[in-house]
Write a protein that binds this ligand. Structure first.
Ligand SMILES: Nc1ncnc2c1ncn2[C@@H]1O[C@H](COP(=O)(O)OP(=O)(O)OP(=O)(O)O)[C@@H](O)[C@H]1O
Length: 305
């Protein structure tokens, strides 16, 4: 489990992260979202002992990273996939890491296979790796110690669509086996597809957090459409459900889909479409929370709480 409590990090007068608190539970993937400079990397670097918190704490299984015995066996970290020696091969990088961690050579082959770098790619020098291959190697390094926790900063950066799909499966499988994943990404659709929990940060402050279903819950009523719009409206109003005009001759009913379905069924009215009216998804949520005129982050969080 990852626990961030009232974490603040200042660089001189620059406040990178301000009073950030959230937890990541075993068995879940947490998507950590925010615009450039929001404080994602600083939070993750504080969590793995690469930045010293000005105040507050960031712990893994109740301990600071540097206090964990052999932390690489407990936490897999991918912060900057480019930060490797260009003259080494992928296999050499992993073999050196395996020696440092005290894991067997077999594990090197295991993770090379797991990330799709087995065979010839493993023998190539990193200078000849594509960005996507470097990301795969970074993931292999993170997985090497068979950790229970993964902290990944932009792991999908540079992966092609097939690679992104593959990574989604890898992270989902890791969490489903009881692992804890904290994942930052700019790829909102990707995060939406894989994360159970979302934490949105902007200007160093958390502006929203919760399960994906909580944050993306549709509060915009139910869109309903049928061949006889007037009859449909009457059926809903008779059932005490308010209606307003929707797009393209549809109606937006001020009730959940189940209540709308029950009302039209009771009235014997034909419908051709019935679905949540909003469904704007993560992109709209992200924009509304992180745009510079979104106002006070605390207020936004309270609205969503
Ligand atoms: N070593 C540092 N010295 C001074 N300021 C820093 C340092 N590291 C980060 N910052 C500042 O802290 C703020 C948060 O940066 P951070 O890298 O954590 O954001 P981020 O959300 O990871 O951004 P990105 O999506 O661009 O990677 C930024 O304003 C950044 O300029």
């Amino acid at each position: 489990m990852i626990t961030i409590e009232h974490l603040t990090k200042r660089y001189g007068a620059q406040v990178a992260v301000s009073d950030v608190s959230f937890t990541c539970q075993p068995g879940t993937v947490t998507g950590f979202l925010g615009p450039n400079g929001a404080g994602k990397s600083t939070t993750m670097r504080s969590l793995v002992g690469l930045a010293t918190a000005t105040s507050g704490t960031a712990t893994i299984a109740g301990r600071a990273y540097q206090d964990l015995p052999n932390p690489g066996r407990q936490v897999g970290v991918l912060l900057d996939a480019g930060a490797q020696h260009a003259g080494r091969t992928g296999r050499e990088v992993l073999t050196l890491s395996a020696m440092t961690l005290g894991v067997g050579r077999q594990r090197v082959d295991d993770v090379l296979g797991q990330v799709g770098l087995a065979g010839r790619p493993a023998g190539k020098r990193l200078g000849n790796y594509s960005l996507g291959m470097r990301q795969r190697l970074g993931l292999a390094t993170a997985l090497l110690g068979d950790p229970q926790v993964l902290v990944l900063d932009e792991p999908a950066n540079g992966l092609d669509p097939e690679g992104i799909f593959w990574m989604r499966g890898l992270l989902r499988g890791f969490a489903d086996r009881g692992g804890t994943v904290l994942l930052s990404s700019h790829l909102l659709h990707e995060v939406e597809a894989v994360a159970d929990q979302l934490v949105v940060i902007s200007g160093g402050r958390i502006v929203a957090q919760g399960t994906k279903s909580e944050l993306l819950a549709d509060t915009g009523g139910t869109l309903v459409r049928g061949p006889d719009r007037a009859l449909l409206a009457k059926a809903l109003e008779t059932a005490g459900i308010g209606v307003s005009p929707g797009p393209d001759d549809a109606l937006v009913a001020d009730a959940e889909a189940l209540a709308v379905g029950q009302a039209v069924a009771a009235a014997g009215v034909v419908v051709t479409e019935l679905r949540p009216a909003g469904g704007a998804g993560l992109e709209d949520l992200f924009r509304s929370l992180t745009s510079s005129d979104s106002g006070n982050g605390q207020q936004v969080q309270e609205v969503l709480a």
